[in-house]
Design a binder for this molecule. Structure first.
Ligand code: G1P
Length: 315
């Protein structure tokens, strides 16, 4: 049964039914690999980043992954198509565990897609996904596949915060001041306003007074930045239609959120007690591979021994 009351997005009390995944970027920083392989398919150990996002979306209770692709990036969607031929061959060879891994992406969540024909920015990418939503969805999540936010599961906390404070909720991390120019940066105050205590002002929640995309460090309102997880009220689409082009000549999601704030819409952040890997550039991607590699049951011990030996050579 689907109901239309606020915060009952999939009819079972979970407000997140759709997760939009913008995956239309050119992957410039990963060329030449991304000439033919979309960056979202590059594997962290053996699993493409986009499959990890699909898992995270499903764990957050979502039932639909709305992938925004570019005209030349069909491979991203192909990853979620069944491959019965491959599964059969693997099964015939007794490789059932690997066959299950192949099947996983087809089972985890329903994937739908829309094409962003021109690279007009993150805000535009989110806007082109609007037609995929059902009429009764009051909110939508956005997960950026460049950002691996660990430990996984921050969307659960963001959902609780939306239930408590309404409006839209984003994920924030505190980072060194000199790095803020790469991010959307928050101007924040305690949730519930100055002086609020207890349940009215949980320590990990802040109210957002303003948000600015990639400011110069000297203009940045804080060191708290947006890291790729958004739980947005449906009003975001209307705001996205009303913003002008912003930073880099693109339509910025940050600017639409700032517009909502100016119009009195509540926006909060969950300050995540964790960290994030940036899969969008080779330096961050290598770290993620090392991190997941070290924790891998098959490869962890060997990788650790190799790294210790290798680092010793460099001393
Ligand atoms: C995007 C957003 C930015 C956010 C960042 C997180 O920027 O525009 O506000 O802080 O993702 O990764 P991008 O990295 O796509 O340029």
């Amino acid at each position: 049964m689907v109901t239309s009351s606020p915060d009952s997005g999939n009819g079972n009390g979970n407000p997140v039914r759709t997760v939009i995944v913008p995956a239309a970027g050119m992957g410039t920083r990963f060329l030449p690999a991304t000439k033919t392989v979309p960056k979202e398919l590059l594997p962290v150990v053996d699993t493409p980043g986009i499959e990890m996002i699909a898992e995270e979306a499903a764990s957050a209770g979502a039932s639909r992954l709305a992938i925004v692709t570019a005209p030349s990036k069909d491979g991203v969607l192909g990853h979620f198509d069944p491959r019965p031929d491959l599964e059969q061959t693997l099964a015939e060879r007794g490789k059932d565990k690997i066959a299950a891994k192949v099947r996983r992406a087809t089972e985890v969540i329903r994937v739908e897609s829309v094409v962003q024909n021109k690279p007009l920015g993150l805000g535009h990418a989110v806007l082109v996904a609007e037609p995929l939503l059902d009429d009764d969805e009051d909110c939508v999540a956005v997960m950026l596949p460049d950002d691996l936010v660990l430990p996984m599961g921050v969307m659960d906390r963001m959902r609780e915060v939306r239930e408590r404070f309404g409006g839209s909720v984003l994920c924030a991390l505190e980072i060194p001041h000199e790095e803020v120019f790469n991010y959307g940066v928050f101007d924040i105050e305690p949730a519930g306003g100055e002086g609020a205590k207890g349940e009215d002002s949980p320590a990990d929640v802040k109210r957002v007074r303003g948000m600015v995309e990639k400011p110069d460090p000297e203009d940045a309102p804080s060191n708290y930045v947006a890291v790729g997880r958004y739980l947005l009220d449906r009003a975001i689409f209307d705001a996205l239609r009303r913003i002008p082009r912003g930073k880099g000549g693109e339509y910025q999601l940050t600017d639409a959120i700032e517009l909502l704030i100016q119009e009195g819409h509540p926006v909060h952040v969950v300050v995540h007690d964790g960290f994030r890997h940036d899969l969008g550039n080779p330096g961050g991607f290598i770290r993620a591979c090392v991190d997941f590699g070290l924790r891998h049951p098959d490869y962890g011990a060997g990788l650790r021994a190799y790294m210790e030996e290798r680092l010793e050579q460099d001393q």
